[in-house]
Design a protein around this ligand. Structure first.
Ligand code: SF4
Length: 717
């Protein structure tokens, strides 16, 4: 089952180039790096690219280890019906099995009985063709992707307020020019460390950083003001900040009158969010609320940058809109060194949400519900517009439908059994499927449950484009051929489409796919028509929208007008509603989840890098020293966490950096210690993001520490 390591390391066989300028395989900063041959393997070297300026985090520096991971998949795997084991198979056998399964399911249950699940790590070319594959070759409405777990609330809020969603509407280089930055729920010092150079430069120019987070993270420690709020209370905090800004006459009435609509209703709502009340809701002292509002209101330039802490909640869209309300009222949007942005997480979280793998979307941010959009894309695809399905199920709804109306699932670049909330119910859904297909580089937790596993190329083995958190379209370059037996995702889609009898074209070369994507996106909000591989090379990336070859690309959005029909930004009425679950006598604490420095997403890649695995070998629960003392828990003890979904045991990390009512569990590991066995699949009504950041939990000591372990820098024992 494991890969043929000697074949992987045979550079001659794999036509490896001596040195290739590319980008990191992980997060949305998409740091530039050099991949160099190093004896029998490869190494990463620094590259002076405009985003990271030579900086990389430990994940990036060690990424070359992925290319020689000993358990790389190099042959398809098949499970005999209801069998316990996967066995190696030929590509023909695997593809025939998939196509027979799809045909059988669709004949009995209809086209929509097949679901497709994509990922925010797929290149633009793959994300684009996956949407086309689902809607044209399979004819199913049911395609969505794991970005629904990640940036969906920020995207929905940006679209509602500004008429357009792009993670940052300005380049990173603008950050140092902001006098004050408010960062609700972000910890880039651990998730994307090289970005901190921009905040350090801002600080060196006299700028201030305010972080709102239940934990005193490394980012919060670097801030001038840390608002340590209760998980799930961002909307109340934002409304409280706006209350003070209005009360203290810090708002920009000219900007409100000339560039926005809807302020009066928001002003009315915020009257009831006086600071004492907001302190009671959020736990943030009144004096800090007033200080933060004045810091923002008295600054000539200001930004709000949200991240998952504020977004991954059942009110995530409303939380973000409340922060946007604040920024609009202060008149700090649509101007240089001002604006709202989202610190996008996944490597292609931006591009992945633009080109058609979302349940309601067509390429270029076009909408399936819009007849003109359907006509345009159907024309590019050479199919009838009325043959395109309508919008389908979103990610969590798709998980709930597994084994019910959805009988088969094709998964690309996603590890649902670790990433989805209430993971045991997803596993139950898998059990009811007639066909589960997973395309992956490694036997992830999800692939291990599949009926068919397809070994696919990774990162440095294929070309493609990624769109980073700035909206900058980048080239990911092929440094070597994939190992023998491994196909690219594009080849897989082409082969399946052909076997399914589709007459539409499915390009196998990334530049052909990109050419088609450019035509499909032309005239859309995310217009890539003027972007070519050559331009990306020559210009260190091109910012969308870029509608023509002679267009310079758009580094800064909204300076003259917002992307709404009347050019004005929209205020939105936001009331605080809180998390779906709050502590009670049975579940008296709040559980929040997140990331650590050494791992990326569900750890399928980073857990295979020896240096990263050694740095953080497994999950843990962080809890406050006083909370731990009250519960009789010492550092390293096994702690039993129980929510309404499940129970897990994890070793304790004791800290004074977290609220006493809150526990933190990172989500990068599989097995029975998965954080997402506990999390709540309550969905935001707009973005359909699940509530990863807050649920009620019962905590008790399960067992004493079995072996002494060194304290980490976070521990205060
Ligand atoms: Fe840069 Fe993110 Fe890669 Fe770290 S993980 S090197 S921050 S792209």
């Amino acid at each position: 089952m494991a890969g043929d390591t000697s074949a992987q390391l045979d550079l001659a066989d794999r036509q490896a180039l001596p040195r290739v300028a590319t980008h990191c395989p992980y997060c949305a900063l998409q740091c530039g790096m050099l991949l160099e041959r190093d004896g029998g393997g490869w190494r990463v070297a620094a590259r002076d690219f405009p985003t990271n300026k030579g900086g990389l985090c430990r994940k990036g520096w060690t990424a070359a280890a992925l290319l020689s991971a000993p358990d790389r998949l190099t042959t398809p795997l098949l499970r005999e019906r209801h069998g316990m084991h996967l066995r190696p198979a030929s590509w023909d056998e695997a593809l025939d099995r998939i196509v027979a399964g799809i045909r059988q399911i669709q004949a009995r249950h209809g086209k929509n009985a097949i679901g497709v699940f994509g990922g925010g790590g797929l290149t633009n070319e793959k994300a684009y063709l996956l949407g086309k594959f689902a809607r044209v070759a399979l004819g199913t409405a049911n395609i969505d992707y794991n970005g629904r777990f990640c940036m969906a609330s920020a995207a929905a809020a940006g679209l509602a307020a500004f008429g357009l969603d792009r993670g940052l509407p300005f380049p990173l280089a603008d950050i140092p020019g902001a006098e004050v930055i408010l960062m609700p729920g972000g910890n880039p010092a651990e998730t994307m460390p090289p970005i901190m150079q921009y905040f350090e430069a801002q600080k060196a120019r006299g700028g201030k950083l305010i972080v709102a987070d239940p934990r005193r993270t490394p980012t919060a420690r670097a801030a001038d003001l840390h608002l340590q709020l209760t998980p799930g209370t961002h909307a109340a905090l934002a409304n409280g900040l706006l209350h003070v800004a209005i009360r203290d006459r810090l708002i920009d009435t000219v900007f409100i009158a000339t560039r926005t609509t809807g302020f009066s209703a928001v002003q009315h709502i915020c009257k009831s969010y006086w600071p004492e009340r907001v302190e009671r809701i959020t736990g943030v002292p009144e004096a800090q609320i007033v200080r933060a509002a004045r810091m923002l209101g008295e600054a000539a330039t200001a930004m709000v940058l949200t991240a998952r802490g504020a977004e991954q909640q059942r009110n995530g869209t409303q939380n973000v809109l409340a922060y946007i309300n604040l920024l609009l009222a202060l008149g700090r949007a649509g101007k240089p060194h001002c604006g709202y942005g989202c610190l996008t997480g996944q490597g292609n979280g931006q591009g992945g949400r633009e080109h058609g793998q979302k349940s309601d979307q067509l390429p270029g941010y076009r909408k399936l519900e819009n007849p003109a959009d359907r006509d345009h894309v159907a024309g590019v695809w050479g199919v009838a517009a009325d043959s395109l399905p309508n919008p389908g199920l979103t990610a969590c709804e798709l998980m709930s439908a597994l084994g019910g109306p959805v009988r088969g699932l094709l998964v690309f670049a996603s590890n649902l059994l670790v990433s989805a909330p209430d993971a045991d119910s997803v596993a139950g859904g898998f059990g009811g499927l007639d066909l589960l297909v997973v395309a992956d580089m490694f036997l992830s937790e999800t692939a291990a449950r599949a009926d068919v596993v397809l070994p696919i190329a990774q990162w440095a083995e294929e070309d493609g484009t990624m769109t980073n958190l700035e909206g900058r379209v980048l080239r990911r370059r092929r440094a070597m051929a994939p190992p023998k037996g491994v196909w690219t995702d594009l080849e897989v889609m082409n082969a399946l489409a052909s076997r399914l009898g589709s007459t539409a074209a499915f390009a196998t070369e990334p530049d052909d796919a990109f050419g088609e994507l450019r035509r499909a996106s032309a005239g859309g909000a995310a217009d890539y028509a003027g972007i070519t591989y050559d331009r990306i090379d020559a210009e260190d990336g091109v910012f969308w929208p870029c509608p023509a070859g002679d267009h310079p690309g758009t580094k800064r959005l909204f300076l003259d007008r917002f992307a709404t029909p009347d050019g004005r930004a929209r205020f939105h009425r936001v009331e605080f509603h809180g998390a779906a679950e709050t502590p009670d006598a049975t579940f008296p604490y709040i559980l929040t989840t997140g990331r650590v420095l050494s791992h990326y997403q569900t750890g399928v890649q980073t857990r295979r890098v020896p240096e990263l695995a050694a740095a953080e070998p497994g999950g843990f629960v962080e809890l406050h020293a006083d909370t731990a003392r009250g519960l009789g828990i010492a550092a390293g003890d096994l702690v039993r966490l129980t929510t309404r979904r499940g129970t897990i045991d994890l070793p304790a990390r004791i800290s004074r950096e977290i609220r006493m009512d809150t526990l933190f569990v990172p989500f990068h590991w599989g097995g029975r210690a998965r954080a997402n066995l506990l999390t709540n699949a309550a969905l935001d009504p707009t973005s359909r993001i699940p509530e990863f950041k807050a649920c009620a939990v019962h905590v008790k000591r399960a067992a004493a520490a079995t072996s002494p372990r060194p304290a980490t820098r976070q521990e205060v024992t």
